[in-house]
Design a protein around this ligand. Structure first.
Ligand SMILES: O=C(CO)[C@H](O)[C@H](O)COP(=O)(O)O
Ligand SMILES: [Fe+2]
Length: 228
């Protein structure tokens, strides 16, 4: 079972994004948090920055859209060069149509759930997706404390993926660090976003390696992974 570590540039220096991408050497994807100050109370970056970043780095971009009107904007992030586009279930009027459009344009389609949004109503949509993102903080800011109460939701999502025999990645985002990543892996996550734990470290590349080692060993003994 492969684990992936996606550093979040929300915690990087926005004036040096291309260099910061290189500093997290060994990362599987670069996680790009797009916030519009409406869906979340914070404002970050948009399509032009994603376009420039896609040209400036070889690492594929994992765009997490914390924006309203996802149906209108998400396809533009595929055109800007994102390899994976995550829209929020709470912000998409037609999630199936949107996932199909993202895939048709050539990117991986992913759907995120805020902490208070359950996975169960979306069970039938899972085959339309390449990844589900379970938020482990309220979206909007980096550096927040991990919400342990999300662990059962991660577990239930993994059970649904297994039940339907899907090749779906399960991403966790928010407060993922050396002290929480093992619990996430044990519960069923296989893609880990880490902002402050990578860019707040003295050596971001070493932080990526260490997080990967921890996630790998926790996955090796996890009941959900052993059953495969
Ligand atoms: O989507 C996000 C916040 O809404 C970020 O990806 C996330 O918070 C990463 O930062 P950290 O690892 O420091 O929590
Ligand atoms: Fe994010």
């Amino acid at each position: 079972m492969a684990v992936q570590i996606n550093p979040s540039i929300l915690s990087a220096d926005f004036a040096r994004l291309a260099e910061e991408a290189k500093a997290a050497e060994g990362a599987d994807w670069l996680h790009v948090d797009v916030m519009d100050n409406h869906f979340v109370p914070n404002l970050t970056l948009g399509v032009p920055v994603v376009e420039s970043l896609a040209r400036a780095t070889e690492i594929p971009l994992d765009c997490h859209l914390m924006i309203e009107d996802a149906d209108r904007w998400a396809p533009q992030y595929v055109e800007a060069g994102a390899g994976s586009v995550t829209f929020h279930a709470e912000a998409a009027a037609a999630p199936v149509r949107l996932a199909r459009e993202i895939r048709a344009k050539g990117a991986r389609a992913s759907m995120a759930l805020k902490p208070a949004t359950p996975i169960e109503p979306y069970e039938d949509l899972l085959p339309e997706l390449d990844m589900v993102l379970i938020m482990t903080v309220e979206p909007g800011f980096g550096g927040q404390a991990f919400l342990d109460i999300m662990l059962p939701k991660i577990r239930r999502t993994r059970e649904l993926i297994t039940k339907h025999g899907l090749e779906l990645w399960l991403q966790v985002d928010g407060g993922v660090s050396a002290s929480t990543i093992e619990r996430c892996a044990d519960a069923g996550a296989d893609v880990f976003v880490a902002g402050s734990a990578v860019y707040g470290a003295e050596d971001p590349a070493e932080a990526v390696r260490a997080l990967r080692d921890q996630a790998r060993s926790a996955t090796a003994t996890a009941a959900w992974a052993c059953a495969h």
